[in-house]
Design a protein around this ligand. Sequence first.
Ligand code: FMN
Length: 490
Amino acid sequence: MTLTGVEVAKHNDSKNCWVIIHGRAYDVTDFLPEHPGGPKIILKYAGKDATEEFEPIHPPDTLEKYLDKSKHLGPVDMTTVITEKMEESPDEKERQQRIAEMPLLEQCYNLLDFEAVARRIMKKGAWGYYSSAADDEITLRENHAAFHRIWFRPKILVDVEKVDFTTTMLGTKVDIPFYVTATALGKLGHVEGEVVLTRAARKHNVIQMIPTLASCSFDEIIDAAEGDQVQWLQLYVNKDRAITQRIVEHAEKRGCKGLFITVDAPQLGRREKDMRSKFTDPGSNVQNGQQTDNSQGAARAISSFIDPRLCWADIPWFRSITKMPIILKGVQRVEDVLKAIEAGVQGVVLSNHGGRQLDFARSGIEVLAETMPVLRELGLEDKIEIYIDGGIRRATDIIKALCLGAKGVGIGRPFLYAMSAYGFDGVDRAMQLLKDEMEMNMRLIGAASVEELNPSLMDTRSLFNHGSTPADNLAYAVYDPLVNPAQRAG
Ligand code: FMN
């Protein structure tokens, strides 16, 4: 039987809550207290069509998996559903205007240009989730700023007519030493989600790391790959290890060539921009002293399953359940790199999660500069592959990481922004720009291949100097300076 919008609309409170998703109605009354994002966000759509809010945050098989069949109520005649048109809000009208005035793709000349465009045209919540970072976002800005404290010592009179910047990562040959790192919720930026990144990665022969919390299902992202295209899996370890084991085994069966276990997120950081963007919901009612579960932002809503007990003692178990190389993502000090070698993993990513976890964590590039001399001293530099991510926006950043000893770098936000603004063509152009920059800068530094990149090509004396800490913008914004002459009471 087909339901009408009027019938669904009657079930519109916490005691009787139906929602419509993709033209079908669901009774979610009993599910409300279990929803990882809290009941409030569902109640906002009680009796209504929730597809637009649901789609980016939930993989397509979510309802099948988590909502009992008896609660699947059947199709709805969508011509009878009254929708509140987004276009009618003044904010949305302005956004559409900005989209109409967007620069041409050809006018974007570097990765930061995509960020500038995305900031103006993305929906507020999506921009909040992608761009936010922890606390005062000092680490976010430091990730980028740290590269500016490294200078080059180029060689001259080297034959650089042919420049080869292909390399291998975990045994896979790639065109350029970067990979698309795992970033959750791809559909917040683009209706098709992560598969857009899959296609661009294929075109440029680079590796994509598939996030546990992708908007597309894992299988959709795997199916979007072609031929011998290589993908890795990023894993958030579930408190329920049976679920984790199933995910890992499935990924291996589907051909993933690396297991990147995220180790910097026993709890998700506070990303206030993400949290704040939820406060604009008319349904949110923090002023009344109500519970504010949905105000925690997209990040916290989707991550409650992550196991804070994960520790070194678990590594042998991972090694026992998979033959994929294991890489720890989010290592932040040389002592832990040494432990990782001892634990027998194949790689580490020196990363602070794009500044989204511990504010004042150091940049990956700085930790790399701390790590490599120690490994060389101990003769361990070939025991493990070292990657870094965070703040990489230019090919010179990639070259700096390689000179210091990284095997490759991960890039996150720039591809999300390029995808959000221009779809596949945007990501394609962003990757091509990096290749163009790479060729030019390898020539100018005097290196004809990746093997020729080495520490002697750089001056890193300022790298460890934190004198130029990124500006504390938040404090500046709220600071009331002394008024002179002093104001007197009365
Ligand atoms: N890292 C993870 O291990 N798992 C995730 O689900 C995840 N989601 C992310 C979502 C967004 C929107 C962003 C920006 C980063 C995310 N990260 C995640 C961190 C990235 O893998 C990577 O460490 C970081 O983005 C690198 O910094 P960059 O954005 O400056 O390139």
